[in-house]
Design a protein around this ligand. Structure first.
Ligand code: ADP
Ligand code: GN1
Ligand code: MG
Length: 384
């Protein structure tokens, strides 16, 4: 049994509850604190500190089961993906499967998660010490390393048996489905906020058709479905103390999809000189150097397996992902903030506006961005 040192003596109800949860997992360490960690919008995350500073720390998460409705299916995906990645790494000199891939700590029942009496679902991983995740990227090294990490991730999953991976959130990046949801939210106007957002609705409607390109190419069999990450915002890759890529995390949405989705979602968070939810739209600009660095890192690792059409549609992903994100934030705003964690009543509206401002900037610079992608591709093609 783990001895929950500091936690055990605690009077806080939350800590006592966490202490009970921790005791259900198969670890024998003395955990002295459990502190909320990270800035994810979906799960509740805690870092568990080991009394022994040289021992393992752990990451405990309460899985958001309103978002991930089938937790057993979700965790089975994670098991398959992490197993596959660890196996791949065993052939790579210098790679360390425990440091470079998430490790699931099983519950004492042998399951990959624990369901508490209130119907909450919990899981645990090793906490990767000495790593950092960035909500915003500031250096080309960070961008390049992030690109390498996600490019490698896709490459390593390219031969995973797709039948092992199930949809955790069906139609996750299906823009037609997301627009339909927005349409429904507009009709219901559940939170009475529609009159505030008419310019945003108009901006979105005017682009609805153009944004369907990836979906249409896919439907027509011109783009291969791959196992992709689907949530490649930059804080879902851990960099080490030297800002080298260490581990891709947040594997909940690893599902079949198109590679442009992953590229676009990373770029959404890298190229933007401001935060995802920036209130001052005038400071939302593009950092082309970071875009170039990410593209170089990404293609370096993935160009060998990508089809030409996949590279040609990366630019569509760059425009689509901030757009689809805005559609989702706006839908949530209209529905009364039922999906994303918010920090103020207008947070989802602020996020929507910031993402739409980014879409506009990206549209204005589309030709330059496309040029950078194709130039980078050429430089690698020449080498292989
Ligand atoms: P969410 O789905 O809510 O975004 P994540 O799985 O991304 O949850 O975790 C939230 C944050 O916790 C991450 O952005 C990262 O900073 C940190 N994190 C997640 N897993 C680990 C880990 N194994 N080791 C260290 N930090 C981690
Ligand atoms: C959520 O879980 P997190 O914070 O990494 C969301 C993503 C969005 C992102 C926007 C399962 O990601 O799809 O792009 O917020 N995850 C889910 O910041 O909906
Ligand atoms: Mg995350």
């Amino acid at each position: 049994m783990p001895i929950l040192g500091g936690l055990m003596g605690s009077t806080s109800q939350t800590e006592q509850h966490l202490s009970d949860i921790i005791s259900k997992f198969d670890i024998d360490d003395m955990i002295v604190s459990a502190k909320p960690f990270g800035s994810g919008h979906i799960n509740d995350t805690y870092r568990l500190l080991n009394q022994d500073e040289y021992g393992n720390d752990y990451l405990l998460q309460r899985i958001n089961h309103h978002v991930f409705k089938d937790v057993a299916l979700l965790m089975n995906n994670l098991l398959q993906v992490t197993r596959h990645l660890k196996q791949k790494l065993s052939a790579v000199p210098g790679a360390d499967a425990t440091q470079n891939v998430l490790t699931i700590i099983h519950a004492r029942t042998g399951e990959t998660f624990f369901e508490d009496a209130d119907g909450n679902f919990w899981r645990m991983f090793y906490f990767l010490k000495g790593t950092r995740s960035y909500d915003q990227v500031t250096t080309e090294t960070q961008a390049f390393e992030g690109g390498k990490a996600f490019g490698r991730f896709q490459t390593q999953l390219a031969d995973l048996d797709t039948s092992l991976i199930k949809d955790t959130i069906p139609d996750f990046h299906n823009i037609a489905y997301r627009l339909q949801n927005l349409e429904n939210a507009i009709e219901r106007n559940a939170a009475g906020r529609l009159s505030e957002v008419l310019p945003e609705v108009d901006f979105i409607s005017r682009r609805a058709e153009d944004m369907q390109q990836i979906l249409l190419l896919g439907k027509n069999g011109l783009l291969p479905l791959r196992i992709v990450h689907n949530d490649t915002k930059f804080n879902n890759v851990l960099l080490d103390g030297d800002d080298k890529a260490q581990c891709v995390i947040d594997l909940d949405t690893v599902m079949p999809g198109y590679v442009a989705y992953d590229f676009g979602d990373s770029i959404r968070t890298i190229i933007n000189t401001a935060a995802e939810d920036e209130a001052d739209l005038s400071v939302i600009n593009l950092n082309l150097k970071l875009f170039e660095a990410y593209t170089r890192g990404y293609l370096q690792e993935s160009v060998a397996f990508l089809e030409k059409m996949e590279i040609d549609t990366l630019i569509n992903g760059v425009l689509l992902l901030p757009y689809i994100q805005a559609v989702r934030f706006l839908t949530d705003y209209l529905e009364g903030d039922v999906y994303f964690k918010i920090h103020s009543p207008s947070h989802n509206l602020q996020r929507t506006r910031a993402q739409l401002a980014l879409v506009k900037k990206l549209e204005d610079n589309k030709a330059i961005l496309e040029h950078i992608i194709q130039d980078t591709r050429q430089s690698f093609k020449a080498k292989i």
